[in-house]
Design a protein around this ligand. Structure first.
Ligand code: PEP
Length: 260
């Protein structure tokens, strides 16, 4: 089986202020730096704090991430932020298709695809998020929804750019609810996503792309989730706002990875 470096992201969403963002980043550097040898770690602060958080992350090996990106290069797009602007700020990785952008802001699969392609073209890593709502799960549409979001999200992405791509499976009903998918349910969807990557590309791409799980991941459930063969790390919301809790989640991936 391919070796996949685990990856854990902390999505701060629309939380913190300037002082607390810098303090949190500082505490994450202190608690997580020892793990960067084994696990890729990224923080996703709000846009206005990217530069300050980036400065705090310095050269400790923790990646600076952005929660969103626009697909146009420049021009009359009030309020939007281009991929080149993010690169200017030393952003290394962006989220696309996060469920809050799909379901609160109303982003379509096609818009997610445009953003994904623009970010990849700028040389950024992309965490492409997919996931079904509770209604879709109850209607037996889990695989259909996730395969569709993945397939459209990656439409037109050439195989050479797939090394910049990470997928996050985030069931909408598990995000911020305290309700986590069971390791078996998450693993089942991760397997389907990996099989879809093999269909869209080939086995070697499918084996090398990292697939994170997201949805109420905490220190006390990370290890069991990570023990599943197709779960390669986590995208963490609420628990990433506490440096100790986030570090414990990172440690769960690093410890398992080291002992393999
Ligand atoms: C997220 O925002 O991607 C997320 C998974 O949030 P939470 O961990 O709070 O469920």
């Amino acid at each position: 089986m391919a070796h996949r470096t685990p990856i854990v992201g902390g999505n701060w969403k629309m939380n913190t202020d300037l002082a607390s963002a810098v303090e949190l980043a500082d505490n994450v550097v202190a608690s997580c730096s020892p793990f960067v040898q084994h696990t890729d770690i990224a923080l996703f602060p709000p846009f206005p704090y990217l530069q300050a958080v980036g400065k705090t992350l310095g050269h400790h090996g923790i990646l600076l991430g952005a929660q969103d990106v626009y697909y146009e290069a420049s021009g009359a797009f009030t309020g939007e932020v281009s991929a080149a602007m993010l690169v200017d700020l030393n952003v290394a990785v962006v989220l696309t298709g996060h469920s809050e952008r799909r379901h609160i802001i109303g982003e379509s699969d096609e818009l997610v695809n445009l953003k994904t392609r623009a970010a990849l073209d700028a040389g950024l890593w992309v965490i492409l998020c997919v996931g079904e709502t509770i209604e879709q799960r109850e209607a037996g549409q889990v695989d259909d929804v996730n395969v569709r979001q993945l397939t459209i999200g990656l439409d037109g992405v050439p195989v050479e750019q797939m090394r910049q791509v990470i997928i996050a499976y985030e069931p909408v009903w598990a995000i911020g609810t305290g309700r986590t998918a069971t390791p078996e349910d998450a693993e089942a969807v991760h397997r389907v996503l990996r099989a879809t990557l093999a269909d869209l590309y080939d086995e070697s791409v499918a084996e090398s792309v990292r697939i994170q799980y997201g949805g109420s991941v905490k220190a006390n459930n990370a290890r069991e989730l990570f023990s599943q063969p197709n779960i390669d790390g986590f995208l963490v919301g609420g628990a990433s706002l506490k440096a100790d809790e986030f570090a414990a989640i990172v440690q769960a991936t690093a410890a398992t990875n080291v002992s393999q």
